[in-house]
Design a binder for this molecule. Structure first.
Ligand code: PLP
Length: 437
């Protein structure tokens, strides 16, 4: 795969000739070409440099090509590059130990998957098995992954215990800036959102609900930190009705919010935690479910009907071990917290003061967002054309942003330096200043 390419063109041609892209109509794509990276920077084949304020899909928490992670993967590759999930392997056991050491007290086991979607699939599967119920309640404002039909399409015996109807029910979760509950403050938003959830549970029939699945801090939906008391209230409802509570930490976990897990910001413990992305920054795909004692004990005696050929893949596991060790040794989680509170939060506040087009800024750690509006009075989201132009201008200025709907998510790697964070904010500010509505 070594090449001496000095032009992006052959790469673009190969891509457009043969690669089918995610979540896109294929006809008019013009993907940015990336050759290599280091830390928070990326380069194309022509030497153009980009500052990565997206962490790709908010997953390269440790930045690109961290030498400790690369060498952990390389060492494992030389010893054993794959092994069946039924065998015991040092890298897998060590990865589980390191993850459990960062989970709340009372979590006993880790089931490994290939990524975040199948982490949620398996967390839901565990909740359904243990409760004997099928419905899953989750937020309209969420993303939990792109799978869902594979096991039901399966023809062999493994399908049977997983053949549930499309038993998914959605509800509204807190978002004070665009409150669905006519709330004026966080207290009202939290109390009314909890009352709404109680009504949904009652109306659906508590005896049919296996799980409530929530991103601890919804990410793609807009970085919506729940108000005080909300998650604690959801925990109380789950307990009252015997429902398994699953927190999806796929995007918010492993340093992104300035703590190991986003749930560390709250006084609440779920029953299952799904994770992926930041656990090894995606150097090798991996994810999983962290399982509380009660649920892990249940599966001591009862069969678990789930599994993946690459569950606990040794290269993914080595990447987890290398990542978590490096994050610890270099205080990368602390860096995310400091950059968040000392550079990003004040910088975004200033941007909000300078630019009328900003409706709200919010977030924590290196997990922050700028919400753009047509005008502050109506709060109407900024139109798609202006958003597209803003995104193109940022890329033109050497910044790789993470843009969703009418928002710029400010999500650089957790290792981002003060200078890099300031440079990224300055490009964003210049681009916002040039928006013509
Ligand atoms: N859960 C959350 C919160 C996510 O943000 C994502 C991906 O963005 C997923 C699950 C799905 O993870 P994956 O794409 O690894 O399947």
């Amino acid at each position: 795969l070594n090449n001496n390419l000095t032009s992006n063109q052959p790469v673009k041609k190969l891509d457009s000739d043969g690669v089918f892209h995610s979540w896109s109509a294929q006809g008019s794509l013009d993907p940015l070409v990336i050759k290599s990276g280091s830390g928070c920077r990326l380069w194309d084949y022509e030497g153009r440099e980009y500052l990565d304020f997206s962490s790709q899909l908010v997953n390269t928490n440790i930045g690109h090509q961290h030498p400790k992670v690369v060498s952990a993967i390389r060492a494992q590759l030389e010893e054993l590059s794959t092994v069946a999930p039924a065998h015991a392997n040092y890298a897998r056991g060590l990865a589980a130990e390191k993850i459990l050491a960062r989970a709340p007290e009372g979590f006993h086991k880790v089931f490994f998957t290939n990524g975040g979607a199948d982490a949620n699939e398996n967390a839901i599967r565990m909740a359904r098995t243990i409760t004997g119920r099928d419905k899953v309640l989750s937020s309209y404002r969420s993303y939990h992954g792109g799978t869902g039909s594979a096991i039901v399409a399966t023809g062999d015996f493994r399908r049977v215990p997983n053949e549930y109807a499309r038993a998914h029910v959605h509800f509204f979760t807190p978002y004070l800036y665009r409150s669905d509950f006519w709330a004026q403050n966080e207290e009202e938003e939290s109390a009314r959102a909890l009352q709404h959830l109680r009504r949904v549970i009652e109306a659906e029939g508590p005896g049919s609900i296996a799980a409530i699945l929530l991103e601890t801090i919804p990410g793609t939906a807009g970085i919506l930190t729940p108000p005080k008391g909300y998650l604690e209230g959801v925990r109380a409802l789950a307990d009252e009705f015997g429902i398994v509570l699953i927190f999806d930490e796929v995007m918010a976990g492993f340093g992104r919010t300035g703590k190991w897990l986003a749930l560390d910001h709250f006084d609440v413990t779920p029953d299952l935690i799904s994770f992926a992305k930041g656990v090894n920054s995606g150097y090798v795909p991996a994810g999983g479910v962290i399982i509380s004692e009660r649920i892990s004990r249940y599966f001591d005696e009862n069969m678990f009907f789930g599994g993946l050929t690459y569950s606990g893949h040794p290269l993914g596991m080595a990447a987890i071990c290398g990542t978590l060790d490096a994050m610890e040794e270099e205080d990368i989680v602390g860096n995310a917290a400091r950059i968040g509170s000392e550079v990003l939060a004040p910088g975004l506040k200033q941007i909000a003061e300078q630019h009328e087009v900003v409706g709200e800024v919010r977030g924590v750690g290196v997990f922050q967002a700028i919400e753009l509006v047509e005008d502050r009075e109506s709060r109407q989201p900024l139109n798609a054309k202006s958003m597209g132009q803003a995104k193109a201008s940022m890329v033109e200025s050497g910044l790789l942003p993470f843009v969703v709907a009418n928002r710029i998510h400010v999500v650089p790697p957790c290792i981002v330096s003060v200078e890099e964070a300031k440079k990224g904010l300055s490009i964003i500010s210049d681009v916002l200043g040039s928006i013509r509505r």
